[in-house]
Design a protein around this ligand. Sequence first.
Ligand SMILES: *Cc1c(COP(=O)(O)O)cnc(C)c1O
Length: 424
Amino acid sequence: MAQHINTKCVQAGYQPKNGEPRVPPIVQSTTYKYDSSAEMGKLFNLEATGYFYTRLQNPTNDYVAAKIAELEGGVGAMLTSSGQAASFYSIFNIAAAGDHIVSSAAIYGGTFNLFNVTMKKLGIDFTFINPDSSEEEIQAAIRPNTKAVFGETLSNPSLQVLDIERFAGVAHKNGIPLIVDNTFPTPVNLRPFEYGADIVIHSTTKYMDGHATSVGGAIVDGGSFDWAQNDKFPGLTTPDDSYHGLTYTESFGKAAYITKAVTQLMRDLGSIPSPHNAFLLNIGLETLFLRVERHCQNALAVAQYLEKHDKIAWVNYPALPGGKYYGLAQKYMPNGTSGVVCFGVKGGRDAAVQFMDSLRLAAVVTHVADSRTCVLHPASTTHRQLTDEQLAAGGIGVDLVRLSVGIEYVGDIIADIEQALGQV
Ligand SMILES: *Cc1c(COP(=O)(O)O)cnc(C)c1O
């Protein structure tokens, strides 16, 4: 029987056998012992599955990756040591120097820098388009050497909702996959594979961990994209000399993409999480459903409060009726969007800073999406490298305040906002 996502949050990924630990154990070991060189050799040839070195695979990490794959409805997942590593690998797994990627401009500032500065230095070119682009506009950005389309399902911090079906449709017409960052909605609120996305990535640092203890990321393979339909993905469809001429699509079928990410990119680049961090992530995941539900209830109440306040210039919360993304939010995230609410305080940048510095319960931190309410002014912190034009393209006004509503008692959160607005 198909289980509800709440049950999967608690139990998926690890089923102990008779007498084994009830809780996924922390296998804090870099290496694994074998009885003969021949047996270990098979592992190195990818002819047998098994653990040999934690840079490639570790049981604790794999339990947690399997849970995230089940939550998203994918065929496999890989944990990374950060969301940044997940973003990088998700593209580098199928693109090389001379290739091109079309990305939504409404993406996390760190992802934008990774794409626009660091990956460009590797020879991979990016075109950034408005997430509201029509099919024709998306198509116009695609070139013969374009290898993927990328976007955030609910953008950080601008809270723009990606029309996944539209982006997936255009990508597929061109024989390329849609990769989405689903960090903000989490699979509790949105499972992008159900709408045509092919690869899903996460910064697990946010709601999945949920307690601000561990930086981490994940890549999930939906298993549905046909990499062999054209010759755009030679890394997956032609022999890999580093594994004696093995071809990923032939040897691993639906799991070709994620297997290559583990056996090639993780082997060579090595951004693995520590098993201890994976253990903490799993504890976070166990309560993901409960927390996300409460984050969304609290955030909606806060958004409704702010909307009526005369010192507030505007509120963006996609679950709030009347907003630009309300329709798309209802379609893709009918149970809630996230705990993040963006708004402008009347008086612009100075008023925003005065408001934030007056908060007592909500802390000013460079973080988002954990259990404690926190607040940030992107234009002067996370996104300060961006020009005003780049900020505008990313949907971020200079007056934008990003409030990450926690799971405290909502009356206390609103009382804190009320007293801080009183100081403005
Ligand atoms: C935070 C974040 C990232 C980067 O993740 P790290 O874990 O901080 O490396 C990527 N995408 C989104 C949407 C994020 O919020």
